[in-house]
Design a protein around this ligand. Structure first.
Ligand code: ATP
Ligand code: MG
Length: 225
C-alpha cells in the first residue's frame, strides 16, 4: 500500500550504545554485519558516560570515545556520536534516543543495536518501556547468553507481540519491533581485553592496531592508572 512505500523511503539509522571500555572486534564485526543485513544508512556508536547499572569504566569517557573514533575511521557508514560525552553524569539511553528522534524529525527509523546479555537486563533501564516508542531493537547473540527462552517475565510480555523474523519488516513501522540479527558469534569482551592488558598479555587481533597504539601511548588499562 501507499503507507508502506512511503515508510520505506525513510532511512534506517543504527544506534550502538555501550561502555566501549574499549571497543573491540566483537562490536565492530557485529556492527558491520548489521549495517549490511538491515541496510542501515549509518550506524552511530554512542559511548556511555557513567553507567548507572555497572561499575565505573576503567578509562575516561574522552579516552573511550577517542578509541572508538580511531577504530571506526575509514568506514563511511560508522559515526561516533558524542552526545553522552557532552552530557554530564549518569547516562540514560532513553535520553539519547529522545534527542535523536527530535533531531531526525520522524524522517528516520532508529534501530538500537544491543547484545543478548544487555537485552536480558533491559527492564532495569530507566524508562525502558518508552524505548519501544522510540526505536526498534536489533538483538545480536553473544556466546554464552541464551536469549528468548529465559527473558525476565515483564520483558517477555512487553516483547510478545513485537518479534519479527525479517529485517524488511523494520522499514514499515517507525518503532517498537524486536529483531534478532544473524551475526557471527565472536567471543570477545572488553573485560577480557582489560584483564589481558593489565597482565601484560597481548590483545593483538582482538581490536584494531591503531586503537591499541592509542591505548599504549596513553597507558590505559595497564593497572598503573
Ligand atoms: P564489558 O566486558 O566491559 O562489559 P563488552 O565487551 O560487553 O564490555 P560493552 O561496551 O559492555 O562491551 O557492550 C556494548 C554493547 O555491545 C552491548 O550491547 C553488548 O552486549 C554488545 N557486545 C559486546 N561485545 C559483543 C560481542 N562480542 N558480540 C556481540 N555483541 C557484543
Ligand atoms: Mg558488557
Amino acid at each position: 500500500g501507499s503507507f508502506q512505500s512511503m515508510r520505506s523511503e525513510f532511512p534506517l539509522i543504527g544506534i550502538f550504545g555501550g561502555t566501549f571500555d574499549p571497543i573491540h572486534y566483537g562490536h565492530l564485526r557485529v556492527a558491520e554485519e548489521i549495517a549490511e543485513t538491515i541496510s542501515l544508512r549509518e550506524l552511530r556508536f554512542v559511548p556511555a558516560g557513567v553507567p548507572r547499572l555497572r561499575c565505573a569504566p576503567a578509562a575516561s569517557l574522552q579516552h573511550r570515545a577517542a578509541i572508538v573514533r580511531i577504530a571506526i575511521r575509514g568506514n563511511s557508514r560508522f559515526v561516533l556520536d558524542e552526545r553522552e560525552v557532552r552530557r554530564h553524569g549518569v547516562s540514560y539511553s532513553v535520553e539519547s534516543l529522545r534527542e535523536l528522534r527530535r533531531e531526525m524529525r520522524e524522517r528516520a527509523i532508529l534501530c538500537f543495536v544491543i547484545g543478548a546479555d544487555a537485552f536480558m537486563k533491559l527492564a532495569e533501564w530507566h524508562s525502558w518501556r518508552e524505548l519501544f516508542g522510540l526505536c526498534h531493537f536489533i538483538i545480536v547473540a553473544r556466546p554464552g547468553y541464551a536469549l528468548a527462552s529465559n527473558l525476565p517475565q515483564e520483558l517477555e510480555e512487553e516483547c510478545a507481540q513485537r518479534w519479527v523474523s525479517s529485517a524488511d519488516s523494520l522499514k514499515y513501522t517507525s518503532s517498537g519491533l524486536v529483531f534478532i540479527a544473524p551475526t557471527t558469534l565472536l567471543d570477545i569482551s572488553a573485560t577480557t581485553i582489560r584483564a589481558h592488558i593489565a597482565a601484560g598479555k597481548s590483545v593483538r587481533y582482538l581490536m584494531p592496531d591503531e586503537a591499541l597504539d592509542y591505548i599504549a601511548a596513553n597507558h590505559l588499562y595497564s593497572g598503573e592508572g
